[in-house]
Design a protein around this ligand. Sequence first.
Ligand code: GLN
Ligand code: ZN
Length: 774
Amino acid sequence: MHNINTHNLGYPRIGEQRELKKATEAYWKGNLSLAELEATGRHLRKTNWLKQKQAGIDLIPVNDFTFYDQTLDLSCLLGNIPPRFEWPGGDTTLDTLFTIARGTQPASTHACESCTPTASVSTFASEMTKWFDTNYHYIVPEFHPNTQFQISSRKIFDEFAEAQALGINAKPVLIGPITYLTLGKSQEAGFDPFDLLDSLVSTYEQIIKRLSATGAEWIQLDEPIFALDLTPTQLDDLQDAYRRLASVRGQTKLLVTSYFGPLRENLPHFHALPVQALHFDLVRGGEDLPDILTSFPTDKILSLGVVDGRNIWKNDCEQSLSQLHDALKTVGPDRLWIAPSCSLQHSPVTLNNEPNLDAELKNWLAFADQKLEEVVDLRDLLTGSGSNEKLVANRAATQTRRTSPRIHNPSVKTRLAEVTPADFDRTSPFPKRQQLQHTKLKLPQFPTTTIGSFPQTAEVRSARARWKKGQLSDTDYENFLKAETARCIAFQDEIGIDMPVHGEFERNDMVEYFGEQLEGFAFTSNGWVQSYGSRYVKPPVIFGDVSRPKPMTTEWSSYAQTLTDRPMKGMLTGPVTILQWSFVRNDQPRSTTAHQIALAIRDEVLDLEHIGIAAIQIDEPAIREGLPLRRNDWKAYLDWAVKAFRLSAAGVKNDTQIHTHMCYSEFNDIIAAIAGLDADVITIETSRSNMELLDAFVDFQYPNEIGPGVYDIHSPRVPTVAEMENLMHKAEALIPRRNLWVNPDCGLKTRGWDEVKTSLIHMVQAAKNLRQSI
Ligand code: GLN
Ligand code: ZN
């Protein structure tokens, strides 16, 4: 018995040493020719295919490589180029791709970790948004009533030929038509992109025919929308589209994949697709397995994604084997395939370049290359040809993770178990607190503040880099940071910011800075994953129970407070955001980890209060992005997320003011949860929406204080006093004056000092004018 196939849905394209980023950025700067860039692409593809082949993967994806984004590649393949780019037709080029992604003028330079990267309006780049609930961003396809599709790129065909020439058993991969339409955006009010379905499917038919003619045995079509709430129309469209695709496939067989969540009520529709193989994500959709097996069609191949493509933990072989055994019993070896749960583009490339992770921790991890080995090992173990030693070793690794004192800290567990309902609540309700805070803080109406960071200049970054390399002593680095902080506070004092901040010069990143000081976190050297285009992130790994060995920010805050008489705002990152931007342990619910982090932050909040900091901001820009894919699951998530925030904040006295910040303002769906945070002040991003997005707060009669951003920090433009005053007048029409703050949209770390200075001077003037107005 050895018929069970292994395959892969997609492999990280970035290269072990981020070769793709380096080459792409060099090309953009004019330091690398197009031919050289293309050669880098070819080299990466070849390396990646051969790696997969050597690992023993039977069917290897092609067209998962991209110089920017696979959704954008597909738009180019389909000739769906937004009209404003005045594309002359014919074959799209790499420059077509980059232009759509980046616009024709330099893209916005603001890119903090949390703001959804959007190009500034003037560049007219296409919009970017999160790929389902991952941290990968795709370029949103644009649809017009007169959008026409026609094959306009040779990429998928060329790459298929390239792989064939290398003797790779290649499987071309494409996003499926229904997912493509669902993820795109209508550019005209009242126009439904699904009106384009007929012509879209015709073009897919041609693509399939062409791939089939060149010998593709399998084509993979990704339809992750099966993990979403679907309408009856979408479900019908899926059947119609695939009926048509099936009718032109010739000798080629079609594999449709779902991933990122259970299919639940969509399962019968998935089973009914007239294709030859179906893929399921058992890591996130394991609850479906009994139903999948009970009714799995007898004419199809069952592909099971048992190895987690989105997290970094070693597979629990025994658990996977038990799922695979059940499946094997139902479908037999000829109809069972084994794979990672989803594309491995969401995993770092390899554990082999991690000299700083110790052996024990490394033994708990698997990155993309190790995941491929796991897939093959599972197949071998299932068919009886595997080595028992591997199984024993895997069992041992799983076992030590269950019991290791590095992971399990009894005092953390006890403390969390002893949390009482009162720990989530402030002592008094908001109106009482507001009174006490106003008495203590003595701020004017329309108090001014900023969101925390000030420009992280080249000097700041270079000082940090030199310090990390040991070229700058601890003392010199600290003195440098102190000087920056002092200058920043002096500036705020001088222009009259009512609640200053220290500027966050000591922080590299709002999550990493805290993770480095908490127990239970580890940091990789090369664990990069693509966030969008040439921007990659290296998330911390939360491997164990989280605790705070000692205060993290009090020294900076107390130093800062000695420099001014005005009340300093302390600055922390919230538990949900720390969780959301890390690789999170999978051996306990995310909610438990979030609440452990919350307790650590709570201690920090109390220490800040203890040294006399009267206002503390707990940033939670990632609360909204943590929302589950299915509406039914929202409530459970929001419940624990809100509780995590409250646990971190609620220990303080009534007259200590808790702020929070979020980098967006679309709160309609979650306003009740936002109000549930019970932060005394929330600052949000509103300048570009003309305050319209305050409506959610107004409709909800949001009771606490709000700072609607008046200064668009995504752009180097300096806003005028009148503009900001106007925005605040709009806000004032909606929200009681005593509840309003005046502040920028977000942190200023990506801006230059010149613009920041003038903009903040204007902002303070706007607040002064507002105080005069009745
Ligand atoms: N305090 C952080 C800053 O100003 C907040 C950033 C964020 O929420 N993205 O940089
Ligand atoms: Zn922000």
